[in-house]
Design a protein around this ligand. Sequence first.
Ligand code: UDP
Ligand code: MG
Length: 330
Amino acid sequence: MKTLELVVPCYNEEKCIRLLYESVKKVFDESEVDIDWSVIYVNDGSKDGTLNEIQRLAEEVNYAGADGNAGADVSACTKKIKYVSFSRNFGKEAAINAGLSASTADYVALMDADLQHPPELLLEMVKELDEGYDVCGARRVSRKGEPVIRSFFSKLFYMVINRMTSMELVPGGSDFRMMKRPVVEAMVSMPEQGRFTKGIFSWVGFKTKWIPYHNVERAAGQTSWSFRGLASYAINGFFAFATTPLRIAVWLGFLVDAVTLVVSIRYIYRSLTYGAIGNGVGTLTIIVAFFGGTIILILGVIGEYLARIYLEVKNRPLYIVKETNITLEE
Ligand code: UDP
Ligand code: MG
């Protein structure tokens, strides 16, 4: 039987831990899909009883066995509830990475703890992967219940990022997705520090299917994202993939120098035809502007090198192989 692991990052989600497990269980129990599923909770340094709640659930479920045989022997790979707990809050991106690194199943899905990602979709995702897709992501098609301003900035973010970086992000594409083992391996092979999961997904490629879903309200607890948090998430995402800002200086410097050149030619021409004019302020202005422009231009050149260093230190793999018929052994 195929195996499936659900990676669930949790930050202060004590009320959602059990709820999530039960909803997922209900979905799989009631369906024909035959898959050996389990959950990996990643406790991201929660300040409430999240870890306790996870441990209690693990004890209950793992040792009772699915059919209620108390004390049944459970090896690591058949544990229904697994968890990783951080020493402090490292953020959702780190939690996702920890979960992916710990996973071993054929299929791995990322899912929020708060049930905003409807578990029913898991069935559809399993089907899509069975049919040959490598990744199946859920795309939010309505933003009901979300502040208008937030939707606006979200749209703006996707527009800017798709224009200015080599990444292609699907608007509304969530972190709720299921992937096959090779995709997981590719994701965790990205060693960079500033991790922007959405961008990394787009970077690693693979055949992706998007299925639409509607926004659901949180089951319990409250969102840990403030508007500021979201803004900083967006900015991080942008800078993790874009080097365009570093390039602005080159153009700006070039522009200033070009304008100065035109003005100074006119100035020199006028001085030559009408004799010296004014008190030298114009000359000074031109000199200052010229040096200003040149300095910006040189900063831009430094920026170009910095951009390359920035990309190099990320130490990303050069490419990701999906299939080959060459084996190293033999
Ligand atoms: N989360 C996390 N670490 C954090 C913040 C959030 O692991 O520092 C988890 C959180 O527990 C939830 C998911 O990331 O499972 C999404 O968070 P949330 O629901 O607060 O975000 P929203 O749905 O409002 O975008
Ligand atoms: Mg949420």
